[in-house]
Write a protein that binds this ligand. Structure first.
Ligand SMILES: [Zn+2]
Length: 349
C-alpha cells in the first residue's frame, strides 16, 4: 500500500478541512469562503413511527457562495471566487457541511406534548476529485482506493466521539436523486443515535450472519461482479430492480479492517458497478449509495457492505415509492433479482 498523507487545514471558522493524498500537500491556502452562520438543527420524536426526524429550518441563504457558474467544490485558487477548497490542487478533500442537519450547536426546542432534542453529530462533504467532470466510472483505481482510505480514517475519528452513535458515508447521484452539484462528491452523516434501518440490520446480524448464509448462492446466481475477496450482487431479497450490494467475502466490521488486497478489490468493484450502471443506462445512472458498517470499530457480528439503490424499474423507467412502499413499507417488485442480476452482469463483469 502506498503511503497516504493527510493534511488538516484549519479554516477561518476554526473547523478542519482534511486533504488526503499520495503526495504531501504543501500548497498555501488562497482566499477562503466567508464564515457562514451555522444552522441550529434539532430533532423531534415521531411517536407514530417511533423514530427521530431532524429539522434544520433555519438554514441561511447561501450568501457567501460563488456565483452559479462556479462550482463550490472545484479548487478555489484557480477561480476568481473562493470555493470550499482554497487550493490550486488536491486529491481528496473532506470538510464540515456548512448546512449541516447534525452539528454541535445544541439548540434546545420545546414542543408541548412531544420529545425533542438538539441534533448533535456531524455532517461532512467528501470531494472525490479536483476535476469537475470526473466520476467514479472513470477515476483511477488508485484514487478510489484513496477514497476508501479516507472513509476509513473518518470512521475511526468520528466513531471515537461520545456524541456520535453511527457513521454513514453515502452518495446521492443525479438530479433524480436530488443532486444539484455535479462535481463528484458524497457526504458523511454522523448521527447522535443509531438510525432505525441500521438498528434493524444490527439486530439481524446479531441473530445470524445472513450474508454468509447466502454467499454461495450470491457467488453462483446473483453476482454482477466478483473476485477472490469481494462480490457485487443483486441480493435475492432486493427492493429495487437494480439494487446492488458490494460485500467483502470474509466478515469485516468496516473498511477500516480491509487489508491491501481488499482495498484494491473494493476499488475495482466500486468502479465496475458505477461504470456498469452508466453503460447499462447509456447515460450517467442516478443512484443512492451508502456504506453500511458496524456501529463500533471492534464489532464482531456486523458484515460490512455497500448498498446501491438506483430509482429504476425495467431499464430507465423511474421507480416511484408509491402507496404500498410509502404508507406501509411494503415493496412491490415486478422483476426478479435473479433476472436483473443476469442483465447487469453483462455490463459489470
Ligand atoms: Zn467542480
Amino acid at each position: 500500500m502506498k503511503k497516504i498523507f493527510k493534511k488538516e487545514f484549519k479554516r477561518n471558522d476554526l473547523r478542519n478541512l482534511f486533504l488526503y493524498g499520495y503526495k504531501e500537500h504543501l500548497e498555501k491556502a488562497s482566499k477562503e469562503l466567508e464564515i457562514t452562520t451555522q444552522p441550529t438543527p434539532h430533532m423531534r420524536w415521531n411517536p407514530s413511527r417511533q423514530e427521530w426526524v431532524t429539522y434544520s429550518a433555519t438554514r441561511k441563504v447561501r450568501t457567501s457562495f460563488p456565483p452559479q457558474e462556479y462550482c463550490p467544490l472545484c479548487p478555489g485558487a484557480e477561480l476568481n471566487f473562493p470555493t470550499e477548497i482554497p487550493f490550486k490542487n488536491f486529491e481528496i478533500a473532506i470538510f464540515p457541511n456548512r448546512w449541516a442537519s447534525f452539528n454541535k450547536n445544541n439548540k434546545q426546542m420545546s414542543i408541548e406534548g412531544l420529545k425533542s432534542q438538539p441534533s448533535n453529530g456531524e455532517c461532512e462533504v467528501v470531494v472525490y476529485s479536483p476535476n469537475h467532470k470526473d466520476t467514479i466510472a472513470q477515476m483511477s483505481i488508485e484514487r478510489i482506493e484513496l477514497l476508501f482510505n479516507a472513509w476509513s480514517d473518518r470512521y475511526i475519528n468520528l466513531m471515537k466521539r461520545d456524541d456520535i452513535k453511527y457513521v454513514l458515508p453515502f452518495e446521492n447521484r443525479g438530479v433524480e436523486c436530488g443532486v444539484t452539484l455535479h462535481h463528484p462528491h458524497g457526504q458523511i452523516y454522523a448521527f447522535p443515535f443509531i438510525p432505525p434501518v441500521i438498528q434493524k440490520e444490527i439486530e439481524a446480524f446479531r441473530k445470524e450472519n445472513f450474508i454468509e448464509k447466502l454467499m454461495k448462492n450470491l457467488e453462483q446466481n446473483y453476482y454482477v461482479f466478483q473476485d477472490d475477496y469481494v462480490i457485487a450482487a443483486i441480493p435475492p431479497f432486493a427492493r429495487y430492480a437494480y439494487e446492488v450490494w458490494i460485500i467483502p467475502k470474509r466478515r469485516l466490521a468496516g473498511p477500516w479492517q480491509f487489508n491491501d488486497q481488499e482495498y484494491n478489490s473494493f476499488a475495482i468493484a466500486l468502479q465496475k458497478v458505477v461504470k456498469g450502471y452508466d453503460d447499462f443506462l447509456g447515460r450517467r445512472c442516478p443512484y443512492i449509495m451508502g456504506l453500511h458498517a458496524a456501529p463500533t470499530l471492534d464489532d464482531t457480528n456486523f458484515h460490512f457492505h455497500m448498498e446501491f439503490y438506483p430509482p429504476l424499474r425495467h431499464g430507465d423507467k423511474p421507480k416511484v415509492l408509491a402507496g404500498s412502499e410509502s404508507m406501509a413499507g411494503v415493496f412491490i417488485m415486478d422483476v426478479l433479482p435473479e433476472e436483473t442480476a443476469v442483465e447487469l452482469r453483462k455490463f459489470m463483469s
